[in-house]
Design a protein around this ligand. Structure first.
Ligand SMILES: [Cu+2]
Length: 463
């Protein structure tokens, strides 16, 4: 698929419908609208050959789900019966796996329906794995699978709204709970001016795919790499005639492109599915997963990432590859298992996020006033972000027609870079810098300014 066509494929052949089932008593007694916990959510995926286009215009053969790399984001509410019909339009066996959930073999030119109940809330990777080899995953057969709680039920019953089932985490979820409780209620994570400072989930529209990929509150980042010499193996019918051994892949893997959601460099600028773009007091959940074979160390400027959950990886010997704080104990083997979503019990704030192959981490970008901008210390020991407040007061915003842009002041949107600290990852095609895993995030204005900006005429920018 050509990268210019990416936006056209938001719907694809994916369908999501809900079928009503009888009400649960507890919810009905609480006066809550009762959704349908067991409803079947049918997804359809098709495995076939496709084409990917890189930042330098080069096209390579690839394998894709629904002719997309990565495949569509699949989102499902916890408790739903999931049905994923996987059609394999290649003459080779594929193993459809959702990490930590299950694996189903899909024979050559045949169809298999994977069914299961959506369990532990969090972020998962789906991919094709045959015989423990990462080959098909690297050639493009990968995507994100998301399980989220029933937000309407949480709201209606007065529970804290988070992306997780805190009760299922038990005591291990206490630290996570405190993070979400702090939002909008502390000096640091403020509310006011019409903004409650809380994290809000993206609205459940029923057609769940589109809402997630372009949600303001949630960004899904699928990280990977492209080594054209491996892509060259893919034949037009999706066959990969040469089967390199796992060692051959890991030893010979020489990636030349480093992508987020299939794109890199300039193509990531202004990409609505990738770039977090909000106001102060509007925290954004970021679901980051590395489906490639290289380690990434994504470094964000302007705010710190708050680590929420991670998925533990297990090596061939069955040993965990990470210590309790998430540091790698063993990095010399390809992980063979990728387990359940685990809440961080000791919450770290990080600027550089370690992402090992097949690791997936949820982090929160708090959208607080950047701590590195000039502050003034007050007599009572508190700090005032004078420069940021000045920007808000002047209303300097490049996106509006009548912004009073003063060159000596920084205008909104205030943009901060995100780049991978594994230096080769910031390049493309063997040295083209910075056309690799580089993007940005942006603060559009101060606390509650979304409301006041809503009526201002915007400039139209052609992309
Ligand atoms: Cu940096």
């Amino acid at each position: 698929m050509r990268r210019r066509d990416f936006l056209k494929y938001t719907g694809g052949s994916l369908a999501a419908t809900a079928i009503g089932v009888p009400a649960t008593n507890a919810l009905a007694q609480a006066g809550c609208p009762v959704t349908s916990p067991g409803a079947v959510v049918p997804f359809e995926l098709r495995i076939s050959a496709t084409t990917i286009t890189m930042i330098d215009g080069q096209e390579f053969p690839a394998l894709g789900f629904n002719e997309r790399v990565p495949g569509p984001v699949l989102r499902v509410k916890q408790g739903r019966n999931v049905s994923i019909k996987v059609r394999n339009d290649t003459p080779e066996l594929h193993g459809f796996e959702i990490t930590g959930i299950g694996k189903w073999d899909v024979g050559p030119n045949s169809t298999v329906t994977a069914t299961f109940v959506a369990g532990n809330c969090g972020s998962y990777i789906y991919h094709s794995r045959v015989g423990g080899s990462p080959l098909y995953r690297l050639l493009g057969l990968h995507g994100a699978f998301i399980i989220y709680p029933d937000y309407d039920e949480l709201r209606c019953t007065g529970q804290l709204v988070t992306p997780y089932d805190l009760a299922a985490f038990g005591a291990a979820g206490n630290s996570l709970k405190k993070v979400f409780e702090a939002l909008g209620t502390t000096d640091r994570f403020q509310s006011g001016n019409g903004c409650d400072g809380r994290w809000h989930p993206c609205e459940d529209t029923g057609q769940e795919l589109t809402a997630t990929e372009y949600s303001n509150q949630e960004k899904v980042w699928v990280l990977t790499q492209v080594d054209p010499s491996f892509n060259a193996l893919v034949q037009p019918n999706g066959r990969v005639p040469i089967k390199p051994l796992i060692q051959d892949i890991t030893n010979r893997w020489l990636p030349r492109y480093f992508t987020i959601n299939g794109r890199s460099g300039f193509d990531l600028s202004h990409a609505p599915d990738v770039v977090p773009s909000n106001y102060i007091g509007e925290p954004t959940l970021m679901r980051i997963m590395n489906v490639g074979l290289c380690h990434h160390a994504n470094h964000i400027h302007g705010n710190h990432w708050i680590e929420l959950t991670m998925a533990d990886l297990v090596n061939k010997g069955g040993r965990s590859m990470f210590g309790p704080e998430g540091h790698a104990l063993s990095i010399d083997t390809v992980p063979v298992d990728s387990r359940q979503v685990i809440p961080r019990t000791n919450i770290f704030e990080v600027d550089t996020l370690q992402m090992w192959p097949l690791q997936r981490k949820d982090v929160l970008l708090p959208f607080e006033v950047p701590p590195d901008m000039p502050y003034v210390k007050n007599a009572d020991g508190t700090y005032t972000p004078v420069q940021f407040n000045d920007m808000v007061a002047r209303g300097n915003n490049l996106e509006f027609i009548n912004s009073t842009l003063k060159s000596e002041n920084e205008p909104f949107p205030l943009r901060f870079v995100m780049h991978c600290h594994t230096e080769m990852s910031t390049t493309a095609a063997g040295g083209n810098y910075p056309q690799g895993m580089v993007t940005h995030w942006q603060i559009n204005g101060g606390l509650g300014q979304r409301e006041t900006d809503a009526d201002r005429p915007r400039k139209v920018v052609a992309l």
